[in-house]
Design a protein around this ligand. Structure first.
Ligand code: MG
Length: 373
């Protein structure tokens, strides 16, 4: 096995788990975290949760599961070339979306609006709640009992108010320090994955066109190069070849720039990484191009009227479900009723956040249509 770089997270030097456990035998602490995440219920639910398109809109669009796998693939490749801990990187990438509600950001915004008087709802914090509390699989503890470093990576951002309640995990938001390089990397890999697959899904759905994308720098540049080499290439293969080259450009630049940042700062330990400015990043030129692509997707895909219509329905479903359950917690399944006795809004938010898109649609029908049971 390759010697890890000094600035990499080291399983032997982990800040540990909340509940003491014996050390794993044939795998590292971070491999154990990764394995626990893959076996969790929340991970399986990612298959039926979406980001932009609702699950029933088509079989070929990305789901949160395939998205998380793409993030893990990109992050691991970069982790390996930078000498970071691949297992920790992968664990964070696979867990980063576990707390997402059904219906992507619309679902989260709707639930946050409902929860405003009760502490709000943040999907990042919810991912942490899933691995710390909501998964019920182990005899000795609630949650998955992951290492500090994986939990630190999952909590990408959080409000100052919540940070103060989170003790050692919230500390970095108050002291403005960075997480491990593995966490910084998983975060950027997330962005590379969704920007590129949203281009692909946007084209597949017909909501954005090749003509529109020809106005976006990074896409236009690569499509032109592809057509120069393969003048007769068209349709999906032209799109795939172009997107493949865009991902390659972003990954190559990220690796090169981050390696240079790390060399210049030369952190000797993960603690020095935490005290340094962010070291994983793009060059200025590629960051600009990436921002331009993001802007394009926001204006043309995420705000497309067909997406907005679906979002309006999703918002209504989440808001209706929340209202009905809070008004009468007896409508909740028994295990959530028990929790609702202590804190009804939070128990309802946990129940709704755990739903897949199709489950939320079905549950809405069950509660609001007299024909359903
Ligand atoms: Mg993501």
């Amino acid at each position: 096995m390759r010697e890890p770089a000094p600035y990499a997270a080291r399983p032997g030097l982990s800040r540990g788990r909340r509940h003491r456990e014996t050390a794993p035998v044939n795998r590292s602490e971070y491999q154990r975290d990764r394995d626990r995440i893959v076996h969790s219920t929340a991970f399986r639910r990612l298959e039926y949760k979406t980001q932009v398109f609702v699950n029933h809109e088509g079989d070929l669009f990305r789901t949160r599961l395939t998205h998380s796998l793409e993030v893990a693939q990109i992050a691991r490749a970069v982790a390996r070339s930078l000498g970071l801990d691949e297992d920790l990187t992968e664990a964070i990438a696979l867990a980063h979306d576990l707390g997402h509600t059904p219906f992507g950001h619309t679902g989260q915004d709707a639930l946050n609006a409902c929860m405003k008087p009760h502490g709000g709802f943040e999907h990042n914090l919810q991912s942490l709640r899933v691995v710390d509390l909501l998964e019920q699989r182990y005899a000795a503890f609630d949650g998955l009992n992951l290492t500090f470093e994986t939990r630190e990576g999952i909590l990408k951002h959080c409000s100052l108010g919540n940070a103060r309640r989170l003790a050692e995990l919230g500390e970095r938001f108050i002291r403005r320090r960075q997480p491990s390089l593995e966490a910084q990397l998983a975060n950027l890999a997330d962005e590379i994955a969704y920007n590129n697959h949203d281009v692909d899904d946007g084209l597949r759905s017909g909501l954005v066109t090749l003509d529109q994308l020809a106005e976006v720098g990074i896409f236009a540049r690569h499509m032109k190069a592809v057509l120069a080499e393969h003048p007769r290439l068209a349709g999906r293969r032209l799109i795939h070849e172009t997107v493949r080259r865009m991902i390659d450009t972003l990954v190559t630049d990220l690796t090169r720039t981050s390696a240079a940042n790390i060399r210049a700062r030369a952190p000797r330990t993960i603690e020095e990484v935490r005290a340094a400015p962010p070291l994983i990043g793009y060059s200025r030129a590629v960051r600009e191009e990436s921002l331009e692509l993001k802007r394009f997707l926001r204006e043309n895909l995420y705000r497309h009227y067909r997406v907005v219509r679906m979002s309006a329905k999703a918002r209504r479903i989440v808001t209706d479900l929340y209202g009905a359950f809070v008004a009468d917690p007896r409508l909740l399944p028994p295990e959530f009723q028990t929790r609702a006795r202590e804190d009804a809004p939070r128990a309802v938010a946990d129940y709704i956040a755990g739903m897949t898109d199709r489950y939320a649609i079905l549950e809405h029908r069950r509660l609001f249509s007299i024909d359903e049971t």
